[in-house]
Design a protein around this ligand. Sequence first.
Ligand SMILES: *Cc1c(COP(=O)(O)O)cnc(C)c1O
Length: 364
Amino acid sequence: MPVDTARFPLTQHQNPATPEARAAIVAAPIFGKVFTDHMARATWSHDAGWADRGIVPLAPLPIHPGATVLHYAQEVFEGLKAYRWADGSIHLFRPEKNAARLAASADRVALPALPEQDFLASVEALVVADQAWVPDAAGASLYLRPFVFGSEPNLLVEPSGTVEYVVTASPVKAYLTSGAQGVSIWVPQGQSRAFEGGTGEAKTGGNYAASLLPTSQAHEHGCDQVLFLDAKHGRYIEEFGSMNVMAVTRDGTVITPRLSGTILRGITRLSIIELLRAEGREVIERDIDIAELVDGAASGDIAEVFACGTAAVVSPVARLVSQTFDVTLGDGMAGPVTAGVRDRLVGIHYGTVEDTLGWMRRVV
Ligand SMILES: *Cc1c(COP(=O)(O)O)cnc(C)c1O
């Protein structure tokens, strides 16, 4: 279905970045720290529903100190990228999946769902307005961050009667290049990010506060990221702080934790599963005991482990570390399955590999 970007009319920034300043930022962006000239926004109220749609100059949001988001973390977000192809055109990757997930996340924390057509129109209208900010360097892209939060001043623990929806855009460079050195992973014991019946499946801000301390501890242990175990048994791998996890067994089968309700339903995870299965590779979604990975890394039964998510796409894991183990995977570089799936997915993003599954959506 075509998207009606006119739903989000543009109010042009009166004092945008100069072309020189913009070019300097786009050439060397720092992930998540720089933003384009505009943002998309809309508001919701219990009585009027969604209104005030528009693309407006990026500016701080006035927020009442009593807003529910500040006290009870009533917030959900998304992350997706716009990619510039060699011919100059700009494309989104499966944005309707982000629209559906935002609605599902919102439902879990009693926020109103934004209609899919508003989600797609807001994102596309923002990309059109700030298209000069979409980088063209290899692996670079425009990272879009839609989010929704409760803005009503109300200290009662109840759903906000007013809500803000905002989308920001940030030029980002490639996280990793093909064949790159893998990352080191800390496996914390006694700290989980989610539990059955909780909010682990929702992309809601509160989940990430819980991951900050273990991630700092990972850094103290010389690791880059955390791999969380399940809260009930402290035994089954779930996911990284903001990426899903996959492993490749000795016979080339790919295994990944099943969606138990505590794991974020990654769109990269889903796409990799679909891509590998379409190529005839077996992918099994099941419980994976951390001991299977640790023993398997030592014996060779586990050949590769990688992280997947929108920000870094696919990152090979070189090492798994905890208070009780320290093992290396292969030679610490991306293995053939990891590198292969990464190259095919990145190729689809940039239009250099045929998009046989119809995932890319042209915006400009
Ligand atoms: C966003 C996110 C992912 C990855 O999801 P993608 O849709 O692939 O970007 C995985 N885990 C967590 C906790 C996340 O927040």
